[in-house]
Write a protein that binds this ligand. Sequence first.
Ligand SMILES: Nc1ncnc2c1ncn2[C@@H]1O[C@H](COP(=O)(O)OP(=O)(O)OP(=O)(O)O)[C@@H](O)[C@H]1O
Ligand SMILES: O=c1[nH]c(=O)c2[nH+]cn([C@@H]3O[C@H](COP(=O)(O)O)[C@@H](O)[C@H]3O)c2[nH]1
Ligand SMILES: NC(=O)CC[C@H](N)C(=O)O
Ligand SMILES: [Mg+2]
Length: 511
Amino acid sequence: MERVVVLDFGGQYNQLIARRVRECNVYCEVKPYTTPLSELQAMEPIGFIFTGGPSSVYEPDSPQVDPAIFSLGIPILGICYGCQLMAHHLGGKVSPATDATAREYGRTETFFDTTSPLFKNLPAQSITWMSHGDYMERVPDGFSLTAHSDACPNVAIADESRGFYGVQYHPEVNHTEYGVKMIRNFLYEVCGAHGEWTMGDYCKRAIAKIREQVGSGRVLLALSGGVDSSVAAALLAEAVGRQLTCVFVDHGLMRKDEGDEVEAAFSKWDLNFIRVDAEERFLSRLSGVTEPERKRKIIGEEFIRVFEEEAKKIGAVDFLAQGTIYPDVIESGLGASATIKSHHNVGGLPDYVDFKEIVEPLRMLFKDEVRQLGRELGLPEYLVSRQPFPGPGLSVRVIGEITREKLDILREADFIFRDELHKAGADASLSQYFAVLTSMRSVGVMGDGRTYDYTLALRAVNTSDFMTADWARIPYDVLDRVSVRIVNEVRSINRIVYDITSKPPATIEWE
Ligand SMILES: Nc1ncnc2c1ncn2[C@@H]1O[C@H](COP(=O)(O)OP(=O)(O)OP(=O)(O)O)[C@@H](O)[C@H]1O
Ligand SMILES: O=c1[nH]c(=O)c2[nH+]cn([C@@H]3O[C@H](COP(=O)(O)O)[C@@H](O)[C@H]3O)c2[nH]1
Ligand SMILES: NC(=O)CC[C@H](N)C(=O)O
Ligand SMILES: [Mg+2]
């Protein structure tokens, strides 16, 4: 299948670049810039995209590429740092911009040479989104200038004969008006893509691949009832039928009534389904643990131990399947980006796992692609469009030490928040919403008496990719109803706050 390799230099929007390419029906993968050239070549890409990144190419330890990449005859699109890197390697000069020259952040009116393949059929003037402090002082030989802004003469460069294109702005972000069209032009006009990446095709290929990997073996799927593992269940059931057993672990960190709801939903499917009550063992291992990464690692390990035990009971299970998706892999610290959180199913996995092989049929898909695949497989819309719920569950929503009592308080409060949002018809437009027990106490007054109780935080965000997010503007009267109900109906909470931070700088979950 035709593919593009996105070479990661540590930019914030790298996942977005990959998503945009896939939206244009071309498959792509993100690889760290340190990947050996031979490995990149073996992937037989039709094009490379070099991402942005925080470094400056002229610094001694800045990320570099094997210069031989420029002799492969494969087109390259460089974005920001990636553009500067290309210029630097091919004989141009990159320098820090002084105020007088071209340091640009944010929306920028930009002027394009529409005879360039990258800007074909686009307006000659539009808004781009910039974020750079360096600029190309000298453009390499063989390159022409194909865009400029008022502040900067060198906004885009091109060497059509070699298929090398560089842009100083970020075409992948929504603020760049025609960004996706420019990426599409690179793929179709420059790399000669045919657009082979569609969900229907992916579904067929994934089923064939699972059959080939698993043969007549038995598979245990870790099923949470969330979107990813439910889609994985449908896909695996299609591929290997009764060779599949789905194991749902009730770790005592679920939301109110969730365990029973998952069991009820999946008992109706034509599946081998097992619910394991593991509350006691998870809570006892988490007792006294306060550090978020430590909690995540414990949960990741305990999950695997439960799966191993269940596999022994079934007998002759060689394969452990999980609903891991691409952002789980990327966010767990692949490549040049920093590890923000260890996802229990990737970075949180213990060193030793007693299964012959792991099956992760969604490992290369983004969330919206998983939802699309679910629809392709005929899953009901309510299941496919649900808000995500993290594997470590409420353990990352009780700050610090987890106790049964705190979990119960949080479950009740979280239920009221979700219930009121649903009644107000506000839930469908939110990407994710939940309550957090901060474990902080403060003084209040109730029934003329002094209280010294917990502060609860409410969080609701909108996002398309969960990599960046904005806090949701929930109407005040809805927040008011939630607040009144929680302080009245849930004991031990006397103060409620609403989280108004975006991601970045915060993350969606509090731990
Ligand atoms: N309680 C659980 N029991 C069994 N497996 C689980 C449980 N929680 C998580 N997993 C496994 O870990 C994977 C990652 O969890 P994650 O929450 O990202 O996905 P999900 O629950 O399937 O979907 P969603 O992101 O929509 O919640 C799941 O796909 C599943 O394989
Ligand atoms: O399955 C999961 N295992 C985890 O360990 C995990 N941590 C965060 N999340 C979910 O990922 C999205 C981004 O979350 P953050 O902004 O908090 O990193 C949000 O949707 C979070 O709910 C997880 N999902
Ligand atoms: N966003 C980026 O890739 C920034 C690249 C480079 N460090 C600059 O500031 O110009
Ligand atoms: Mg989940």
